[in-house]
Design a protein around this ligand. Sequence first.
Ligand code: G3I
Length: 359
Amino acid sequence: MRLIHRRAVLASPLALAAAPPAFNSLALNQRARKRGLFFGTAVNHETITNDRHYLDRIDAESGIVVGEAQFKWADIHPEPDRYDFTRADALMAFAARHKLRVRGHTLVWHEAIPDWLRPALTPDTAEAILRGHIRAVTRHFAGRMVHWDVANEVIQPDDKQPLDLRATPWLNALGPAYLDIAFAEAATCDPAALRVLNEFGTDYPLPWQERKRAALLKLLADLTSRQVPVQAVGLQAHLDAAEPIDQKILSKFVTDIAAMGLKIIVTELDVRDQRLPGSIEVRDIAIAAHAKAWLDPVLACPAVLGVLTWGLSDRHSWLNDTFPRDDKLDQRPLPLDAALERKPLWQAIAAALDAAPVR
Ligand code: G3I
C-alpha cells in the first residue's frame, strides 16, 4: 500500500517539481517566514479543549491562528446586553502560551448571528448596535489582534442590490453605508489591527465567480476612493479539486487588488474532494496539485501577506457536514491527515511557499 502511494506521488507533476520534504523538515510557518510571509490555521473550541496532540501540531506548523467560530456574534454576543468572551479568551490564552499571533473573524456577517439580532435591526437601531458590538469586541482584544475580518461575504450579484452587495439584515437596515460604519468603527477602536474584507467564490473561471470578482473589484474601488479604511482583502480559497484553474485570471485578479494599495491574505484555504473518486492516493495527489496551481500565481503577488488553512488536520473539517461525499468517505481537504501526518497537500503548500518571491 505504501509503495503504491509513493509511486503515485512520484509519478505526479507535483512530485517532479518538488520532492516530498522529510517529516522533520521545515514547518510551513518557517518556510513562509523565509519569504516574509506567514502561515497559520483556524482552530475550533473543541480542539482547544480536547485535542492536545492536534494543538501540538498547530503550534509546530503555524505562526498565526484564527477562531473558526469563537469571534463570531453567535459565540460572543449571545444577548443584547451580554458578551461572552469565554471561548475566544481560551483561544487567546492558547495563542499567548505558544507565541502565536491571532486574527479575528468576523465583525459583520449575515451568518452565525444570535437569534435576537435580526429582529432588533431597524434603520433606527442598526447603526448603534453595529458600532456597540464592534467597539466592545475590538476593545476587548485591542493590542492582541493582528487583523480583523471586519466584513465577511458581502458580495452576491444575484441579489440585485446596489454595488452587487448581498441582501443581508445589515444592508436592509443601513444600505451600503453599513460597510463604511463597520470599517470606521474598527479603525477608531483598534487602529493597529489590519482591517480586512473577506470573501469567497473568487477562485475559478466560472461565470458566477467572474461576476463576483468584478463586483468585489468595483466595491473595493468605491470604498478606497471614498477613504473608507479597508486595508486588505481576504481570499477564503475554499477550493474544489474538480474545478479547472486559470492562473492568468488569478494573477490579474490579485494584481488588480494590489493596484488599489490593498494587501491580500489567503484566509481559509482547504480543498474539497467531493467530486473525486474514493481512492486516497488519487484524491491526495489531485488535491495537492490543485492547491499548488492556485497558490503559485497568488503568492507571486507581493501584496500577499500570508496563508491560513481552515483547520490543519482532516480530523475536523466543515466540509464533511456541508458537502458530504456520496460514498460517505471523509474528505481530505487539509495539510495533515487524521493521524496528524503530513500529506501531499502539506508538500504542495510547502513547495508554493518555497517558490514565493521574498517580500
Ligand atoms: O455553538 C455550538 C456549541 O455550543 C456546540 O457545542 C457545537 C456542537 O456541534 O455546536 C456549536 O455551534 C457550531 C459552531 O460552528 C461552533 O462549532 C454551529 O452549529 C456550526 O454551524 C458552526 O459552523 C461554523 C460556520 O462557519 C458557522 O459559524 C463552521 O464550524 C465554520 O467552519 C464555518 O466557517 C465559515 C467561515 O466563518 C466563513 N467562510 C466559510 C466557512 C465555512 O462555512
